[in-house]
Design a protein around this ligand. Structure first.
Ligand SMILES: *Cc1c(COP(=O)(O)O)cnc(C)c1O
Length: 365
């Protein structure tokens, strides 16, 4: 392509590499069935009510979807007891992260990103000609005091993943409130709460309570994780209506498809399924904690549906060896943690298999 000249800023962006699809891995390795525990999907699937809802909607598929997500909006506003105009829906939270960057970052303005964290924050900042201020985690956690100390006159967005992907750690309500009080209100704070439903610690912030007082924050949640709808792409944001209005100006007018909307709505109504998944996750966590302690492997206690463990070996090699045995995990090397693995917590049989295969690969008896 020598004729069309792209924006120079694209040269600074390395392409985002999502986890490979199951089909891709199975084809590459010639394996029958791979258990995928690399992308924090819900291996329990989704609520059976989703199937009915999609079937019912099937004969309306020729119609454009509701660009306002009216029913889903109404249901979530009841669930959280917030006004409907504090909500925005996206094609996954990925889209909403992009919109936030597009709405706020002028060329040269800074994003503060505690790292390792979710990779997309960097890409969307660079795409807007913003610059990255990367801040290392402290004991695998976001230290809000350090984040505050990194603020400059050019800081525009602070991206906080809570609990943090990939480490599974969280910051508490008291620390968040003090942070919001002390930082300049001209800075947008993104609270990415993709794993919110899995948190069990009661010190975790109920961040919705801060939205009225702090119109510079936006909370992002998703149907991809506990609700098991990752393939359908629905995420949502909660913020002050003025911030929501800005994002709506540049949002694709019809960004969430109708199948996704009915599925999300049905899954919200199936509280039993959600609770069963949360319970499964708690048991899974306990299983892994115990197993890692027995194996004498260091791990990070987690508030999410994944867990990081230090195998004290090259994580890429270990991931490849485990993959040959039919399980796909994430190598910490991708996050600058070269001897760690990130393992999605699955069903009990899957978790047991992970430990069994890890023992084989690490040669522990
Ligand atoms: C999985 C994940 C998301 C992605 O959510 P989608 O709604 O599927 O786009 C966003 N943020 C973090 C931190 C995640 O781990």
């Amino acid at each position: 392509m020598t004729i069309v000249r792209h924006r120079k800023t694209l040269d600074h962006i390395s392409s985002y590499v999502p986890a490979k699809s199951l089909q891709q891995i199975e084809n590459e390795l010639g394996l029958e069935r791979i258990i995928r525990l690399a992308a924090n999907e819900n291996t329990n699937g989704c609520s059976p009510k989703v199937k009915e809802a999609i079937a019912e909607n099937y004969n309306k598929i020729f119609l454009y979807p509701d660009g306002f997500c009216t029913e889903l909006r109404s249901e979530l506003s009841k669930l959280y007891n917030i006004e409907e105009n504090k909500l925005i829906f996206g094609n996954g939270s990925f889209e909403l992260l992009s919109l936030v960057a597009q709405a706020f970052i002028n060329p040269g303005e800074e994003s503060i990103i505690p790292e390792p964290s979710f990779g997309w924050y960097k890409v969307v900042t660079l795409a807007m000609n913003g610059s990255i201020v990367s801040l290392p985690l402290k004991s695998h956690s976001i230290d809000l005091d350090e984040v505050k100390d990194s603020i400059t006159d050019r800081t525009k967005i602070i991206w906080l993943c809570n609990p943090n992907n990939p480490t599974g750690t969280f910051f508490n309500s008291e620390d968040l409130e003090r942070f919001l009080r002390e930082i300049p209100s001209r800075i947008v704070v993104v609270l990415d709460e993709a794993y919110y439903e899995f948190v069990t610690n009661d010190e975790y912030p109920n961040s919705i309570n801060f939205v009225e007082k702090y119109p510079n924050i936006i909370i992002l949640r998703t149907f991809s994780k506990v609700y098991g709808l990752a393939s359908l792409r629905v995420g949502y944001g909660i913020a002050h209506p003025e911030l929501i209005d800005l994002l709506n100006k540049i949002r694709l007018p019809i960004n969430v498809n109708a199948t996704a909307q009915v599925a999300a709505l049905a899954s919200l109504k199936d509280i039993d399924f959600k609770n069963a998944c949360i319970k499964n996750n708690i048991l899974g966590k306990e299983y892994y904690y115990k197993a890692f302690e027995e194996l004498n492997l260091e791990y990070i206690p987690t508030e999410t549906n994944f867990i990081m463990v230090n195998v004290e070996r090259d994580s890429i090699e270990v991931v490849n060896d485990v993959l040959k045995r039919g399980i796909s995990l994430r190598a910490g090397a991708e996050f600058g943690m070269p001897t760690w693995l990130r393992i999605t917590i699955g069903r009990p049989d899957e978790n047991q298999l992970v430990i069994e295969k890890l023992k084989e690969v690490l040669d522990i008896v």
